[in-house]
Write a protein that binds this ligand. Structure first.
Ligand code: GLA
Length: 372
C-alpha cells in the first residue's frame, strides 16, 4: 500500500468472555481469555509529521492525519479513530511519538462480540511503543486504550476488553477484578472446552444502548449512595426499588447477580461441578435477556440450540444485540457440538453462523523486524 517494507510487526488477539457480562464498568468480576484470532499491524516510521493508515478489512483509500490533530475523525475515516485515538493518548501523555505508516489486517471478525475494537487499539499501541522505543506495562496500556475509546470513538466502555487482549496468558482464562484491575490466570479443568459461536448478526440498536445501560447503573449506584454497584446487595436494591423505578432496578439486579455468578462459576469449577458452573452461564443469559435487555432473537435461538445439543452452559458474550455466544462443553463433544449448532442455526434462522473451539493465547505483542 505505501510502497516499502514495514519495520515493525505487532498483533493483538481478540477475546472471549466466559461469564461476567456488563459488570466491568461497575467494578465487577469478569472471566475472559485472549483467543487465537488476531488484528495485525505493520508499521514503518516516516519523516512526515503524519499518520498514514490503511486497513485491509475496510479497503478504500488510506486515511492521512497530522500527528498534532486533536479532533475525532468523522465520516468514512471514522474507523481510524481506534488508531489515531491511541496515538493521540500517547502523544498527550508525553511519550516519544512521530510519523508512522500503519496497515492492518485481521483474522478476528469485527462486530462478533470478540473485541476487534480493543484488538486494533492494542496492536496500534504496540506499534507506537515499538516505534518510540518504549514499553508500558500491559495494565497501563489497557487503560490508555480504554481512554482512546472513550475520547475518540465515543463508547464509554469498561476495561475488560483492553485488559484481556493485553494481559492474555496462553492456555488460561483470566479472572479479572475490575476494581483492583488484578488479573489472575486460571485454567479450565481437563475435559472441558469452550466453543464460541458467531451469530453473524449485529443489530444497529446497539449504538447508544451501551451508554444507556451504563447510565442506568450509575443512576442506581448514585441512588444507593455507592460509587458503583460492586458492593450493592439485592436487599438494598429491593428496598430502593420504588425510587429507582422498574427499569433501573432490573439493570442493577443484573449487575449484582452477575457478579455473584462469576464467583459461583469459579467455585463450582474448582469443586469439580461443571454442571453447576454451566448453569450459571444459562442464568447469565436469561438475566442479560430479561433484566438487562441486550439480547436478540438470534442469540436466544443459539442458546436454546446449544442446550438441545448438551451444552453445560451457553450465553451471549460481549455488549450484546448480536455478536456471539460462548458455550461450555465436554471436550470430547466439542467438534460435533460446533457442527450441530451451526446446522440447526442455519435451519431455524436462515443464517450461516460460524463456530470454533477456543484456544486461549498470550496477550498483544510486537517485534521490530530486521530490514532485508
Ligand atoms: C463491551 C465493552 C466491555 C464490556 C462488555 C460487556 O465489550 O467494551 O467493556 O462492558 O461490552 O460485558
Amino acid at each position: 500500500m505505501f510502497g516499502g517494507r514495514p519495520e515493525i510487526a505487532a498483533r493483538s488477539p481478540g477475546r472471549i468472555n466466559v461469564i461476567g457480562e456488563h459488570v466491568d464498568y461497575q467494578e465487577g468480576l469478569v472471566l475472559p481469555a485472549a483467543i487465537d484470532r488476531y488484528v495485525f499491524a505493520h508499521a514503518r516510521r516516516i519523516d512526515a509529521p503524519q499518520l498514514r493508515l490503511w486497513s485491509a478489512e475496510i479497503g478504500g483509500r488510506p486515511v492521512t492525519v497530522g500527528i498534532g490533530h486533536s479532533e475525532p475523525l468523522t465520516g468514512s475515516d471514522f474507523w481510524a479513530n481506534y488508531v489515531f485515538g491511541v496515538f493521540a493518548q500517547y502523544r498527550d501523555a508525553g511519550h516519544p511519538v512521530g510519523g508512522l505508516e500503519i496497515t492492518f489486517e485481521a483474522t478476528l471478525p469485527a462486530g462478533a462480540g470478540m473485541s476487534s475494537s480493543a484488538a486494533i487499539e492494542a496492536a496500534t499501541a504496540l506499534a507506537v511503543e515499538t516505534a518510540g522505543g518504549f514499553s508500558l506495562p500491559a495494565r497501563d496500556r489497557a487503560l490508555l486504550c480504554q481512554r482512546a475509546d472513550h475520547d475518540y470513538v465515543g463508547v464509554p466502555c469498561g476495561i475488560m476488553d483492553q485488559l484481556a487482549v493485553n494481559s492474555g496468558v496462553a492456555g488460561h482464562l483470566l479472572e479479572i477484578d475490575c476494581r483492583s484491575l488484578g488479573v489472575t490466570p486460571t485454567s479450565l479443568p481437563d475435559g472441558l472446552s469452550l466453543v464460541a459461536v458467531d451469530s453473524k448478526v449485529k443489530h444497529t440498536l446497539a449504538d447508544g444502548e451501551y451508554g444507556k445501560r451504563r447510565a442506568d447503573c450509575e443512576a442506581a449506584a448514585g441512588q444507593l449512595g455507592l460509587p458503583t454497584l460492586r458492593d450493592a446487595t439485592l436487599a438494598q436494591i429491593d428496598a430502593a426499588a420504588a425510587a429507582l423505578g422498574g427499569r433501573v432496578a432490573r439493570r442493577a439486579r443484573h449487575v449484582v447477580r452477575e457478579i455473584a455468578r462469576v464467583r459461583e462459576f469459579i467455585a463450582a469449577l474448582q469443586a469439580g461441578n461443571a454442571g453447576d458452573a454451566g448453569q450459571r452461564m444459562f442464568d447469565s443469559h436469561a438475566s442479560l435477556r430479561d433484566d438487562y435487555e441486550v439480547s436478540c432473537d438470534e442469540l436466544d435461538q443459539l442458546v436454546a440450540i446449544a442446550a438441545s445439543h448438551g451444552a453445560l452452559g451457553s450465553r451471549l458474550m460481549g455488549g450484546g444485540f448480536g455478536g456471539s455466544t460462548i458455550n461450555l462443553v465436554r471436550s470430547a463433544e466439542a467438534d460435533a457440538f460446533a457442527a450441530d449448532v451451526i446446522a440447526d442455526y442455519a435451519e431455524c434462522c436462515g443464517i450461516e453462523g460460524s463456530a470454533f473451539v477456543v484456544h486461549p493465547v498470550a496477550g498483544a505483542g510486537a517485534q521490530k523486524e530486521v530490514a532485508s
